[in-house]
Design a protein around this ligand. Structure first.
Ligand code: ATP
Length: 323
């Protein structure tokens, strides 16, 4: 291979820029030409291409978001759209593609690889940490640090005013962000999509706390909780316990932005390098991940058909140490 392309797709995640930088620099080091595709798969269809040089990626390692921009492209689910994408790659003389994104992006990438035999490598970038084939995804560490910084601040008000705060965190259908941040911030309770939420149980727990003279607290609610988000759960609790002071804080998009943590920059750098070396070794149709501090490769198909699950023992641990 002589000429490779890369794109960022799906939700942005802190560390995507560090991955872009590592891909470009590793490519150039190996005498490859590197092409950046803007706006994910949409840019691939519109031939929104930019030649990447070593200085194109100067001073971006510390920046959140993605300099290549990201987009959702629904039409990519159609075969004729992917045919167009493949034709554009060929026309631009591109021999391989690196897709930085989440499981949706890997579905698209895998189809491109299988339908046209085109070499594609995936790099896991999502704050949700829900991708099979890697211990951690790029962006997760930064996001959980942002959350605990916010929760520590909220706790000051909770304690000063005797308020129970329901803090909603991101993660879609996955409870990784909620569980990690709950343990790290010493939250009084955690509501996860993986466990059925019992409003009665929360109420009796709060009553028990009150008997122990504890009238403030933090309850972390994963946005994907099946009983509804933090607003809905707080409303149901208030119905049962009207005398309690409750507030809802939805942290929202502050969790996706910000300068990547050291861990995310290192992970992105190693995986970016690993993606290019994988292509040079002839690998394709795989995602590069990190397991037990080693670079590992997983067929793209497995990354979206299987799911990385939270460890249910950790839920018990979080309960025990928050009593
Ligand atoms: P995040 O986890 O941050 O949301 P993601 O990669 O899962 O990232 P999606 O919006 O699910 O984000 O997918 C990104 C893009 O991948 C879509 O806009 C679409 O272009 C492509 N894609 C998703 N699912 C498919 C599919 N089934 N077939 C083909 N392409 C797909």
């Amino acid at each position: 291979i002589k000429r490779i392309a890369l794109l960022t797709s799906g939700g942005d995640a802190p560390g995507m820029n560090a991955a872009i930088r590592a891909i470009v620099r590793t490519g150039i080091y190996n005498n490859l030409e590197v092409v950046g595709i803007k706006n994910g798969f949409s840019g691939l269809l519109k031939k929104d291409f930019v030649e990447m040089k070593s200085n194109s990626v100067s001073k971006i390692i510390s920046r959140g978001g993605t300099i290549l921009k990201s987009a959702r492209c629904k039409e990519f689910k159609l075969k004729e759209t992917r045919e167009k994408a493949f034709a554009n790659l060929r026309e631009m003389g591109i021999d391989a593609l690196i897709v930085n994104g989440g499981d949706g992006s890997f579905r698209g990438a895998d189809l491109l690889s299988k339908e046209f035999g085109f070499p594609v490598i995936g790099i896991p970038c999502t704050i949700d940490n829900d991708i099979y084939g890697t211990d951690f995804t790029i962006g997760f560490d930064t996001a959980i640090n942002t959350v605990i910084e916010a929760v520590d601040k909220i706790r000051d008000t909770a304690e000063s005013h005797n308020i129970i705060f329901f803090v909603e965190v991101m993660g879609r259908d996955s409870g990784f962000i909620a569980l990690y941040t709950s343990i790290a911030s010493g939250a009084e309770a955690t509501l996860l999509p993986e466990v059925k939420t019992d409003i009665k149980q929360i109420c009796s727990y709060m009553e028990q706390e009150r008997r122990a003279n504890k009238t403030s607290g933090i309850i972390i609610v994963a946005e994907g909780d099946k009983e509804g988000g933090a607003t809905e759960i707080a409303r149901k609790v208030k119905e049962q316990l009207p005398e309690y002071e409750t507030r809802v804080t939805i942290l929202g998009h502050i969790q996706r932005g910000g300068n990547p943590s050291c861990k995310d920059r290192v992970l992105a750098s190693i995986l970016g390098h690993g993606a290019v070396t994988a292509l040079l070794e002839g690998k394709q149709g795989v995602m590069v991940g990190m397991a037990h501090n080693r670079t590992v490769y997983t067929p793209l198909e497995e990354t979206y058909l299987k799911h990385d699950q939270i460890d249910h023992n950790w839920i018990e641990v979080s309960k025990i140490i928050s009593l």
